[in-house]
Ligand binder design. Structure first.
Ligand SMILES: *Cc1c(COP(=O)(O)O)cnc(C)c1O
Length: 403
């Protein structure tokens, strides 16, 4: 994108940012550069420290032209100074957690989030000498009370998997700044179309590109966005040495997905609102959690913080959840009974509270009660895709009829 277009709208940015016609061929679409190494004009040193204007690419683990185009596009969409891509969302999350925290440090983390993140912070970080306090990140007083002199990072996810609980990014950023700690936000469910955490004061934004940004369920990827100085440090450690880099082919697929992100998010939101209203009116549905519905306990915060309510719905049923899940797996005709989210295809999955506590969250007392206030014994997590919403409602009505 030419410099004069830096003030362009979101749709233009999603399509053009980070890309330029290839100077050698004039190719309009991004080149897919699979080369692992780059021929140099003159000898250089043998380390990633030698990357620079003269030699922007030396070895693909240190940087790749196709991956760089995606990093620049994502940075433009988030309003970030810089972006870094990784092989998966978890590789991006691990890069921030292990890049900021070391032995003796303390992490305050949202007690409700993506199960992989929940398990990483509860199992791996303590083994490395990092203390971890999971808190209900929607409760500012609880976050404040959890801070210690050795706290270095607050990590939240909003809306949080699987119950779509929000946290107030601007308020958390104020708290973090006062305490001199960094704030990282996993914004996978929101995408840069809905929320721009850096504008609200966060230091790092993490995305599983596998979900909405790629959008088609065919490429794993992750990204971290933030200040250039912070990301340069992450680049040298996480990218160059931990080595979990994004494949150029996946970057190329995700670039193509990212170009339509604003249009897809508008359609995901419209579809989700229609399906959420249908579910809310269904006799067999006990509760619907969707940030775009006035019944969501944090609808006011959602209106303030999100410019799109995304396509994720969680709902409880009046009957036996696991039995209905079995029937869904057998008889849904359009919606796929499958994990993951953010794809053009609709996906649904049963997430039982006891199972989730045993495998990932291990909440007790008031924190478990706060989780149960949203989820009860369990929720169906529905990622509303881009199909015609009446078809999705008919498919769901078919299985709910027997519930
Ligand atoms: C899927 C997901 C991740 C992990 O992404 P992968 O690409 O599967 O590693 C992290 N955070 C959230 C919120 C996710 O939904």
């Amino acid at each position: 994108m030419k410099k004069s277009n830096r003030q362009a709208g979101l749709r233009t940015t999603a399509i053009h940012a980070g890309e330029a016609p290839d100077p050698a061929t004039g190719a309009s679409a991004p080149n897919l550069v699979m080369s692992t190494t780059y021929v140099l004009d003159k000898p250089l040193g043998f380390s990633a420290q030698d990357l620079g204007d003269e030699a922007p690419f030396i070895y693909t683990r240190w940087g790749n032209p196709t991956v760089r185009q995606l990093e620049d596009k994502l940075a433009a969409l988030e309003g970030a100074e810089a972006g870094l891509c990784f092989a998966s969302g978890m590789a991006a999350s691990a890069a921030v957690l292990l890049g900021v925290l070391g032995a003796g440090d303390h992490l305050v983390v949202s007690d409700t989030n993506y199960a992989g993140t929940a398990e990483l912070v509860r199992k791996t970080l303590p083994r490395l000498g990092i203390a971890v306090t999971p808190v209900d990140a929607s409760d500012l007083a609880a976050v404040k009370a959890a801070l210690r002199p050795e706290t270095r990072l607050i990590w939240t996810e909003t809306p949080a998997n699987p119950i779509l609980r929000l946290s107030d990014i601007a308020a958390l950023a104020t708290l973090a700044q006062k305490a001199g700690v960094k704030l990282a936000v996993d914004s996978t469910f929101a995408t840069p179309v809905a929320t721009r955490p850096l504008d609200l004061g966060a230091d790092f934004v993490v995305h599983a590109l596998t979900k909405y940004v790629g959008g088609h369920g065919d490429a794993l990827g992750g990204a971290v966005l933030g200040r250039k100085a912070d990301l340069d440090a992450l680049h040298l450690e996480a990218t160059v040495h931990h080595g979990g880099v994004l494949s150029p082919f996946n970057a190329w697929l995700i670039l193509r997905g990212a170009a339509t992100l604003p249009l897809r998010m508008a359609a995901h939101e419209a579809g989700a609102l229609e399906v959420a209203r249908f579910l809310e009116g269904h006799a067999k549905v006990a509760k619907v959690l969707y940030p775009g519905l006035p019944s969501h306990p944090q609808h006011d915060l959602a209106k303030r913080q999100m410019t799109n309510f995304s396509g994720m719905i969680a709902f409880q049923v009046t009957g036996d959840g696991p039995a209905l899940a079995a029937r869904m797996a057998e008889s849904l005709e359009i919606v796929h009974y499958a994990v993951s989210l953010g794809h053009h295809r609709s996906l649904i999955y049963w997430i039982g509270t006891d199972d989730l506590m045993a495998s990932s969250f291990a909440l007790e007392g008031t924190q478990l009660a706060a989780y149960r206030a949203f989820a009860g014994d369990g929720v169906f997590r529905l990622s509303v895709g881009l199909e015609d919403p009446p078809d999705l409602c008919r498919d769901l009505a078919g299985v709910l009829a027997g519930a």
